[in-house]
Design a protein around this ligand. Structure first.
Ligand code: AQP
Length: 333
């Protein structure tokens, strides 16, 4: 039997190679597997948990949609929409928020990281973000959720919320308990400048990430400047110990070539970093530049992108509002 897939990406600009390898690349693979039903969402309600400029947000919603399409997500095969067009997400989130416990949310490390030292000033939305994420997933009866390693904890919370709702209202199996789909390898791509920090949209340094809209020259330049170390190229996996930057670059190379880390190391053992970086640039340009070109092309036609989202939101809304209707009946409304 096929899987029911739900996943989302925030339209917060600067979509990068980490988003591609950790999420979007897998979305395309899952879409193309027989019998899967896939829903891919531009999670704009999540984006406003931190302040957004309205005009930039609108552009970023379209850019993220364009990135989905340019990467190979096909609106004929998958549902593509933006969250704010389907009000069931906000309604479902409220009902699930009354089931989720403060203690559970207090453990979420992403809130702690994003709120920083002054958590009193963080928005309530940022705190309850994982509840909205649970609604996103549970409204579609998703069986599997492809995410990067950083989202594992939020997904576990979605599972807890589903189980508690089913138990509290004695509706066994009403909310489906979703499974995370996290790639064993290369599920966390790190900054090109610091191998201990994840590659992130909000890193102030553009050199820390390869954007999905970068030109060929920018890609080559960023890889040239990517941090390595002074030790020779690794001979085996043990040689990667305490070398996060080198491990990360080899991870990117392996993932884009669909080969193991071991094979990549063997390919370059005895050679120097400049040779490796040249090959790495080639594969990144080969995989990312066509996406960048297509995003630029699609962005010239806002009507087309808006239409994809409108059609997708009608399909998504039909599924999600039906689930919300049943939730309301269960709650006694
Ligand atoms: N560095 C990464 N490596 C692997 N996967 C990643 N993802 C994000 N960064 C990496 C995965 O991409 C999907 C969409 O992420 P998102 O845009 O919804 O949120 P995010 O995780 O907050 O992205 P960023 O880049 O880290 O944004 P900021 O800088 O705002 O915090 C998710 O599946 C995520 O796992």
């Amino acid at each position: 039997m096929g899987k029911k897939i739900f996943s989302g990406v925030q339209p917060t600009g600067n979509l990068h190679l980490g988003n591609y390898i950790g999420a979007i690349k897998n979305f395309v693979e899952l879409q193309n597997q027989k019998d899967n039903n896939c829903v891919f969402c531009v999670v704009d309600l999540h984006a406003i948990t931190v302040k957004q400029d309205p005009k930039t947000l609108k552009d970023n919603i379209r850019e993220t949609t364009a990135a989905f399409l340019a990467s190979g997500i096909d609106p004929e095969k998958s549902i593509i929409f933006n969250q704010s067009l389907v009000s069931a997400h906000a309604e479902g989130s409220w009902m699930l928020g009354c089931v989720a416990r403060m203690g559970w949310l207090n453990r979420m490390t992403q809130f702690k990281e994003k709120a920083g030292k002054d958590k009193e000033k963080a928005s309530i939305g940022l705190y309850i973000y994982p509840v909205l994420m649970a609604a996103d997933i549970l409204l579609y009866d998703a069986t599997h959720v492809p995410v990067g390693e950083d989202q594992k904890q939020h997904l576990e919370l979605s599972r807890d919320i589903a189980q508690k709702f089913n138990l509290d209202f004695n509706v066994p199996n009403f909310l489906k308990v979703p499974e995370p789909l996290i790639k064993k390898n290369f599920s966390r791509i790190m900054s090109l400048k610091d191998g201990t920090k994840k590659m992130s949209k909000s890193d102030p340094s553009d050199l820390s990430r390869i954007n999905l809209t970068d030109s060929k020259e920018e890609i080559v330049n960023k890889i040239k400047k990517a941090k390595t170390d002074t030790r020779p190229f690794p001979e085996n996996e043990k040689d990667l110990n305490k070398r996060p930057e080198v491990e990360n670059l080899l991870g990117i190379y392996s993932s884009l070539n669909n080969q193991s880390l071991k094979n990549s190391i063997n390919e370059f053992a005895g050679k120097n970093f400049s040779e490796f970086k040249e090959k790495l640039s080639e594969i990144v340009v080969e995989k990312i530049y066509p996406i960048s070109k297509e995003i630029n092309k699609l962005q010239k036609d806002n009507n087309f992108i808006d239409d994809v989202l409108k059609v997708g939101s009608e399909k998504a809304g039909a599924i999600a509002s039906e689930k919300v209707k049943k939730m309301k009946e269960i709650l006694g409304f």
